[in-house]
Design a protein around this ligand. Structure first.
Ligand SMILES: NC(=O)C1=CN([C@@H]2O[C@H](COP(=O)(O)OP(=O)(O)OC[C@H]3O[C@@H](n4cnc5c(N)ncnc54)[C@H](O)[C@@H]3O)[C@@H](O)[C@H]2O)C=CC1
Ligand SMILES: O=C(CO)COP(=O)(O)O
Length: 387
């Protein structure tokens, strides 16, 4: 457990009632845009029932980008009181005052029970659970700013899908290292979770994984609502690597899409990609069944098929002939796959695992392989081999 003691806290100001916070008419905003939002989505009534029955749980979400904001909405619509940390004060003001985050989630009304602040101490004060959604490459520096502010004994949940360059560490490992907390308090969330679809309340599922089933269950109960169902497992390695590796295969799919290849090519890459993902993750101790579940196959399908995926989009630009630097300049959101390629290949080499598709993505990124030549090279040797 966390050896640090909990600071004594000032008494909390009296809170508005649950119905005031969530608002029985649900989201703010004009009714016209509300009904547009509710077209093809889980109903406001279903959410109100869950909110009314939920335990009062105060949670913090660090990162107000597309996934941090969407997950904060999921938690609030599951009945939690949610405070989100936003780097930019004007974004925090927009979320709290107008219930919008137009930069990341255009057209989405956020729940009244969701507020944001640029002050990390204010957001963490009294938090019973902490969810982290910042780019994987900045996580360590973000955590250094907060290590003395994390309340003792509180679960910390990674929503991220990358590995750290240089160390090759998974995000849960960086969290344990930087915060010095018991790994049993750390959980990860993964699955087919394209932010904008979820923000529109289109139903989906995820996996919450922790080496402690108790932690995973507590987090999953909080991160569940009528349109978002959280399953649990204790295979942190598989759940986390599933989210990282499918990004790399989605870049490959984007590349061949950009070139103009069709469904056979994409199905071959997805299928062989899953085989690559599984060999890699199992060599690090993951369960093969995790790779066949939501955090592996499920997320692979969603990310490879959707134009909403930033990794898929980055790949498509590469396939259309843009250079790596141009692609990075064009992406104004995090495409984790681009930074995970090198550390994943290094980790694969350390275990003697072949990753021919990921290796070719690295070559396209480096400009040493013509995107048109990626698809035929689905094996390392070109020799016939067992599937
Ligand atoms: N967007 C999606 O559909 C999903 C994203 N994820 C994962 O969530 C993580 C975060 O992704 P998004 O929220 O989509 O990214 P984003 O690019 O939309 O937002 C990143 C957030 O991190 C903040 N941030 C904090 N420190 C930063 C720094 N030093 N440099 C840059 N930004 C900093 C930004 O201000 C921003 O609020 C990634 O690991 C991604 O793979 C996982 C599931 C779904
Ligand atoms: O992880 C995701 C869907 O599950 C989001 O994928 P992108 O980061 O490629 O947008």
């Amino acid at each position: 457990m966390n050896p640090r003691s909990r600071d004594s806290k000032p008494p909390k100001p009296s809170k508005p009632s649950r119905s005031e916070r969530h608002g029985r008419r649900d989201n703010s905003g004009p009714s016209a845009s509300l009904s547009a939002l509710n077209a093809g989505s889980v109903t406001t009534e279903a959410i109100s029932i869950v909110q009314a029955q939920a335990l009062e749980r105060r949670v913090a979400v660090l990162g107000a980008g597309s996934w941090g904001t969407t997950f904060a909405k999921v938690l609030a619509e599951g009945g939690a009181e949610v405070q989100m940390w936003a780097r930019r004060p004007e974004l925090a003001r927009e979320v709290t005052e107008t219930h919008r985050n137009t930069d990341y989630l255009p057209g989405i009304n956020l729940p009244i029970g969701l507020t944001a602040s640029p002050s990390i101490p204010a957001v963490l004060d009294g938090a019973e659970q902490i969810y982290v959604s910042v780019p994987s490459q900045t996580l360590r520096e973000n955590l250094r700013d907060i290590r003395d502010l994390v309340p003792a004994g509180v679960p910390v949940v990674s929503l991220m899908k990358g590995v750290e360059k240089g160390t090759g560490l998974r995000m849960s490992q960086v969290i344990v290292e930087e915060l010095g907390i018991d790994p049993a308090l750390v959980a990860v969330a993964s699955g087919p979770n394209l932010a904008l679809e979820i923000a529109k309340r289109q139903p989906t599922a995820a996996v919450i994984s922790s080496e402690s089933l108790e932690t995973a269950t507590l987090v999953a109960a909080t991160a569940t609502n009528p349109y978002f169902h959280s399953f649990v497992n204790t295979d942190v390695i598989g759940t986390e690597f599933g989210g990282v590796l499918k990004n790399l295969i989605a870049v490959a799919i984007g590349i061949v899409d950009g070139v103009g290849y069709g469904e056979n090519t994409k199905a071959s890459i997805m299928t062989r990609g899953l085989a690559e993902m599984t060999s890699f993750a199992v060599s690090f101790g993951a369960q093969p069944s995790t790779m066949a579940g939501l955090a592996g196959l499920g997320d692979l399908i969603a990310t490879c098929q959707s134009p909403l995926s930033r990794n898929n989009t980055a790949g498509r630009l590469l396939g259309q002939g843009y250079r790596y630097d141009d692609v990075v300049r064009q992406m104004n959101q995090t495409a984790e796959g681009l930074s995970s390629v090198a550390p994943i290949l290094e980790l694969a080499r350390s275990r003697g695992v072949d990753m021919p598709i990921v290796a070719q993505v690295a070559e396209v990124l480096a400009g040493t392989l013509d995107p048109r030549d990626i698809a035929p090279h689905l094996t390392e040797t070109g020799e016939p081999q067992g599937e």
